[in-house]
Write a protein that binds this ligand. Sequence first.
Ligand SMILES: NC(=O)c1ccc[n+]([C@@H]2O[C@H](COP(=O)([O-])OP(=O)(O)OC[C@H]3O[C@@H](n4cnc5c(N)ncnc54)[C@H](OP(=O)(O)O)[C@@H]3O)[C@@H](O)[C@H]2O)c1
Length: 280
Amino acid sequence: MRAHKFGRTNVEVPVIGQGTWKIDGGEREASIQALQRGIDLGMRHVDTAELYGRGRAEDVVAEAIRGRRDEVFLVSKVMPGNASKKGTIAACERSLRHLQTDFLDCYLLHWPGEHPLEETIAAFDSLESSGKIRAWGVSNFDVDELEEAESIAGPNRIACNQVLYHLEERAIEERVLPWCEAHNVAVVGYCPFAEGTFVSPKSNGGQVLARIATKHEATTRQVALAYLTRTPHLFTIPKSSSVPHTEDNARAGRVELDHKDELALDHAFPMRKRKLLPTV
Ligand SMILES: NC(=O)c1ccc[n+]([C@@H]2O[C@H](COP(=O)([O-])OP(=O)(O)OC[C@H]3O[C@@H](n4cnc5c(N)ncnc54)[C@H](OP(=O)(O)O)[C@@H]3O)[C@@H](O)[C@H]2O)c1
C-alpha cells in the first residue's frame, strides 16, 4: 500500500483509506467485517463523523477496531452547529466515547458553519494540548475559508482538508489542491466513486478506464483510486460494506499509473471549473 505524509503531521498514512458514511444501517455486521479486512490490507485511515447515524457509525467503527486502535489513523468530525468552543470539546468527548478510544489522530470541522472559526480553532488547540486529538483539519473548505483558518491558527497548523473528489468532479484541482500543496495540507478526497454511481462502462471515460485497467491488470475502480491519489498530498476514502469490494479497493494501493495513463484520464474526465466548491 502506497503511503503519503499526512500534511504537517509527518505521519505516513496509506493513500487508500476507508469511509464510514451509512455503515450503521442494515449492513452493520458486513461493515465491521469489511472495515477489519480493510485494516488487514493496509487501509488504516478510517474516516467517520458524529453526523453519520448520529454517532452510530462511530459505534460500528469502535467494534471494528477493538483491540487494534494503534493500527488505525482515526479521523472524526464535529458538526458545524456544535462547533462553538465548548460545543467542539463536548462533541469530541462524545465521539471518543462512541469510538471507545482516548484520542483521535485527526479531528475535522465537517464544513464551514455559523460559529466563529476562532472558537472552533481554540477548541482544537485545547483538545490537542490535552492529548485528545493529535492534529486537526477542516472539510469542504474553499480557498477563502482556508486562508481565514490559516490567518487565525498561524502557518502549518491545518493538517488536512477533506473535499469532494472523483473522476467526474475534479473542481478542487483549480484552486483548493494548489493552495493545499503550497501550505502542506493533506487533501482527502471523499466520494471517490461518486457515492456508488461511478463511471458508466459505456461512456468514453469508462472505455479509457477499462483500457488502462487491462494494461495494469487492475479493475477500473482501482485505476480511479490510483489516479485520485497520484500526487503526494492526495488521499482517498472509499466506503464499502463488502469484503470483496474492500479487497478490490485495497489493491489500488499497488497500482502505479504512468504519465501516459494520467494524460489519457485528464482528457477523458476534464476538470470543470466551478464558482463554488462542490460538496455532496
Ligand atoms: N466530509 C464530507 O463532507 C463527506 C461527505 C461525503 C462522504 N464523506 C466520507 O467519504 C466516504 C466515501 O464517500 P461515500 O461513502 O459517499 O461514497 P463512495 O465511497 O464514493 O461510494 C460508496 C459506494 O460505492 C460502493 N463501492 C465501494 N467499493 C466498491 C467496489 N470496489 N466495487 C463496487 N462498488 C463499490 C459501495 O457499495 P458497498 O458498500 O456495497 O461496497 C457504496 O455504494 C464516506 O463514507 C465518508 O466517510 C465525507
